[in-house]
Design a protein around this ligand. Sequence first.
Ligand SMILES: Nc1ncnc2c1ncn2[C@@H]1O[C@H](COP(=O)(O)OP(=O)(O)O)[C@@H](O)[C@H]1O
Ligand SMILES: [Mg+2]
Length: 196
Amino acid sequence: MNDALLTLRDVHVRFPAKRNWRGKVVEQVHALNGLDLTINDGETLGVVGESGCGKSTLSQVLMGMLVPSQGECVRARSPGSRLANGMQMVFKDPLSSLDPRLPVWRTITEPVWLQGHGSETERRALACELATLVGIRHECLDRLPHAFSGGQRQRIAIARAFSAAGYHFIGRTHVSFGYFCSGTNSEFTGDATATA
Ligand SMILES: Nc1ncnc2c1ncn2[C@@H]1O[C@H](COP(=O)(O)OP(=O)(O)O)[C@@H](O)[C@H]1O
Ligand SMILES: [Mg+2]
């Protein structure tokens, strides 16, 4: 059985760098140059590289936000999610990616709400479960994002990524390091919180 969640085959991404007076591209930046990659279920992949080497571009290709100029990116279908094949992004700056007016329990369960799953009571219970998983106390769930520390906000962003029954998520850190990990919610451990 082939349990590859993500497969990249000879992926190239080129961005226009310079245009002539007629608007024709005369120079290109080669952000990704023939990348082959397979991520199987349960695997964690770390990507380390200097600034500008193509980590963010790779994240965008994996999420389907960017179409490769050449080659292909194949994602396994997730039965539990209609959003981006069960993939979720954990953004580098959690504050800018959290709605400042939304209590964090609503933020955490927003992907579930968008998919139209569960009653408000069920979503609240899910928020409690996920908050426990990432080390956020239940009594804090009605607070707004500004009332949390930077690390706690990152935990909230991770809980939100998992709420959509995400099979795999893509995270980025403040240093030049990105990681892509896959697995079910129950396999998530506190270690991933520390590195996010
Ligand atoms: N939208 C864009 N237009 C032109 N060049 C881009 C664009 N996005 C990224 N690049 C270039 O692609 C290369 C890889 O960028 P990026 O993936 O952001 O690197 P990293 O995340 O590893 O720092 C860099 O040289 C960057 O300047
Ligand atoms: Mg980057």
